[in-house]
Ligand binder design. Structure first.
Ligand SMILES: [Zn+2]
Ligand SMILES: [Zn+2]
Length: 346
């Protein structure tokens, strides 16, 4: 089968690889849609921390925001999974440690992360193999594109939960990328007044086009009382600014990761009696995200700029916007389309 493989920083392509075989407890998925995410860009450029910690090595098969159909099952897996439309959790805990047995498998020390950590092959391929225990069924109204938006949606929904908003509360989101905009969708669905801070005119114009009224830059941000601030940026200075901007007694949520340490003055946090929340994964929010997409309460498909094939992934990771791409921040990939390549195995 064809798979997208990163072999070294800025070196990647579509290769012929062996199709996956399901082990005990596993399923093989025919992949229908995959989201390309900032984490994938960090692996392409070589900046991703896991490459430096030894938690990831090239060659890497990326892709952790996916949807597809179960094609085959391994020993011990109920055959009723076959033909089911599904998405899967990125985080695959060991299942046995104290964290895993206490609903914290997404922070298991020994976890694999699909397409990210400890060599687990990702979904930018015609097929992927994952444990059946990581699957979530997709109802008919959640199409392939929405299915591939469940994983980032789960992250954003948890960030909004972390902000603990009541109807009418005023939320400020820092960062107009996919996660920031998904946070805006979920917060609006909760009845919050949503403001967003970004840098480029085009990203703020797009944010306005999906119904966020308060779109600002750091220079013209109005002096308002924010009941919560979510940092969904990769700017190392914004976590400290989030703490400055939030109302006393309220919440800041950190979901963005900068390339360098983000320093905070905890004296400000103490004196303002602020609660801070860090969000790593979508795992505990995946089922609720599927429900919100199915009911139509949240439909983030306008975020998708374009759906391309495996052969188009390298250019997107390199930062190009292909001709015909819409204004949204998210690129999707359909591994089923596109001509087969003649590369040899990496
Ligand atoms: Zn992602
Ligand atoms: Zn564990």
């Amino acid at each position: 089968m064809r798979a997208f493989v990163v072999t070294a920083p800025f070196e990647a392509g579509v290769y012929e690889v062996d199709p996956p075989v399901p082990g005990a407890g596993d399923v093989v998925i025919d992949v229908e849609r995959v989201g390309v995410c900032g984490t994938d860009v960090d692996f392409y450029t070589g900046e991703m921390q896991y490459l430096h910690d030894g938690d990831a090595h090239y060659p890497m098969r990326l892709g952790h925001e996916w949807s597809g159909t179960v094609r085959d099952v391994g020993v011990g897996v109920d055959h009723s999974w076959i033909e089911q439309r599904v998405m899967g959790d990125t985080m695959l805990g060991c299942g046995e440690c104290h964290r895993c047995t206490n609903s914290l498998q997404h922070v298991c020390e020994f976890r694999h992360e699909v397409g990210i950590r400890r060599g687990f092959a990702g979904a930018l391929a015609e097929q992927i193999v994952v444990p059946a225990s990581s699957l979530h069924r997709l109802p008919p109204r959640v199409d392939a594109a929405l299915g591939a938006l469940v994983e980032p949606g789960g992250n954003a929904l948890r960030a909004v939960w972390g902000a603990d908003l009541n109807r009418g509360d005023r939320l400020l989101i820092l960062g107009p990328g996919t996660i920031g905009l998904l946070c805006a969708y979920f917060a609006k669905a909760r009845g919050a007044e949503v403001h967003l801070m970004g840098r480029s005119t085009s990203s703020l114009d797009f944010a306005r086009s999906i119904g966020i009224e308060g779109c600002w830059t750091n220079e013209n941000l109005p002096d308002l009382a924010f009941d919560a601030v979510i940092d969904a940026s990769n700017d190392a200075s914004l976590p400290a600014q989030a703490l400055e901007l939030v109302e006393p007694g309220k919440r800041v949520v950190f979901i963005g990761i900068a390339g360098t340490p983000s320093l905070l003055d905890t004296r400000i946090q103490v004196l303002k009696d602020v609660t801070s929340v860090g969000i790593l994964s979508g795992s505990p929010g995946l089922a609720a995200t599927i429900d919100l997409y199915e009911s139509g309460t949240v439909d983030p498909r306008p975020l998708i700029a374009m759906t391309t094939d495996l052969g188009g992934v390298a250019a997107i990771l390199a930062g190009e916007r292909p001709r015909g791409a819409g204004p949204g921040p998210k690129f999707h990939v359909d591994p089923r389309v596109g001509a087969p390549t003649t590369y040899s195995a990496p």
